[in-house]
Design a protein around this ligand. Structure first.
Ligand code: DOR
Length: 439
């Protein structure tokens, strides 16, 4: 049997679990961090990495992505998506059930796990999707971070928008329920009101702040009635943030995407339908309130909602264009650039993108640089600004809403389970992640 890889990362600026910075070394053995010290002497590593001038963070855990396999591989697949993850410093992801077939049964979940085991460079977990009929599957499916409910912005079986059906799901079982909170009845009504308009900017008016607020209010009401663990996915409005600020039970968490913090409705003028997503981009005022809510702990963490569509699909005319944008390659540099600009601290970014996610989903031994924790790590360069270039993107969709943005904090090296999955522009396609556990 070959001996496991041992990495010695030397002279890094290490972000410690308490948020403090330490200049020092990290030693990994196999898939585990075994030492974090100012200087590690006498180690005999397989590989030594000189991290002078670089900052070492726990790998990003992206808790909401759409990777399209099985069934929609022309947009993305688990291999291309996980290469993009490795390049973006994302060492674990939680993926959504709107693939084909839908992930609404144990068999579909097992199929995804099997596919991921054979082709995924980073660690993976898959949500089970709620339908009107699959309550037994929702109660028994394993392993999964939780139940995903599309309260709106979906069609077919995955749309669960009737209060009575939602209540049945909230009333039974204990596992986490993650909601896409938009009110479908209001969206339907406003689609009729604004029918015929081809300017994609109308998307933010059709699926307006009120549509998001109504659904978040309903999810909160049901969660409180049954004291049911609730997670609000990609919260996008000032109104929802204020609601949670007033009234957030201890068993409720919420996330925000980098695009809802950093882009707003002005993006339609520059990038058109590439700015179209659900829930839609909002106003600069919403950006500000969401930032404050994140900094105050009203919003717990960051997710990308990586939702790739091809440029051909996006080139159709609204409303025939699909909603969604990719994100795993740019989320960490976007947030670290915000930190360099003084909007937040690097330690806050680490908490929002690693630690807080691991805690909320009960993922053991991830999200911290601590001996005994998994060796999922990312070395970033905080002092090298480079623009987002379409030609360099690894996501199969081949575009980003942030093209041309000059960012810093790009990953130099990404380590998954003690193996180098990405270094200096090259992905190591031999590396494989593992299925995540959830407490
Ligand atoms: O814009 C979106 N696109 N939001 C979602 O929640 C789903 C996603 C997709 O799968 O394309």
């Amino acid at each position: 049997m070959s001996t496991p890889t041992s990495l010695l990362i030397r002279h890094a600026r290490i972000i410690l679990p308490n948020g403090e910075l330490m200049n020092g070394d990290v030693l990994t053995q196999g898939s585990t961090i075994v030492a974090v010290e100012t200087e590690i002497a006498n180690a005999q590593p397989t590989i030594e990495i000189d991290a002078q001038g670089l900052t070492l963070l726990p790998g990003v855990i992206d808790p909401q992505v759409h990777f399209r396999e099985p069934g929609l591989e022309h947009k993305e697949d688990l291999f291309t998506a996980s290469c993009a993850c490795a390049k973006g410093g994302v060492t674990s992801f939680l993926e959504m059930p709107n693939t084909r077939p839908l992930t609404t049964t144990q068999a579909a979940l097992d199929d995804k796990l099997q596919r991921a085991a054979s082709k995924c460079l980073v660690n993976y977990g898959f949500f089970i999707g709620a339908t009107a009929e699959n309550l037994p599957d929702l109660l028994s499916a394993q392993p999964t971070p939780g139940i995903k409910i599309f309260m709106g912005s979906m069609h077919g079986q995955l749309l669960v928008d009737q209060e009575e059906l939602l209540e049945r799901i909230f009333a039974q079982g204990e596992r986490l329920i993650a909601v896409h909170a938009e009110d479908q009845a209001r969206i339907n009504q406003r689609r009729q009101e604004f029918a015929g308009i081809e300017d994609p900017a109308i998307h933010s008016q059709i699926q307006d702040n009120q549509a998001a607020l109504l659904a978040t209010q309903l999810a909160l009401k049901l969660s409180k009635k049954y004291q049911r663990r609730l997670h609000i996915l990609h919260m996008s409005t000032a109104e929802e943030a204020e609601l949670l600020r007033q009234d957030k039970p201890s068993w409720v968490t919420a996330e925000v995407t980098p695009q809802h913090l950093l882009l707003n409705t002005s993006a339609y003028a520059s990038i058109g339908t590439l700015a179209q997503m659900n829930p839609p981009l909002r106003s600069p005022h919403d950006n500000e309130v969401l930032w404050q809510a994140l900094k105050d702990g009203v919003i717990d963490f960051i997710a990308t909602d990586h939702a790739p569509h091809t440029l051909e699909e996006k080139a159709q005319t609204y409303p025939n264009t699909p909603s969604g944008m990719p994100g795993v390659e740019t989320s960490l540099p976007l947030m670290l650039t915000a930190a360099q600009e003084g909007k937040c601290t690097v330690a806050q970014v680490v908490n929002w993108m690693s630690k807080a996610v691991a805690v909320a989903y009960g993922i053991p031994d991830k999200g911290e640089i601590t001996p005994g924790y998994d060796a999922d790590l990312v070395l970033v360069d905080l002092h090298n600004y480079r623009p987002v270039n379409r030609e360099e993107l690894l996501s199969k969709c081949g575009w980003s809403p942030f093209e041309g943005w000059n960012l810093t904090g790009w990953p130099v090296t990404t380590i998954v389970g003690g193996e180098i999955a990405y270094a200096h522009g090259q992905v190591n396609t031999q590396v494989r992640g593992k299925a995540l556990n959830f407490r």
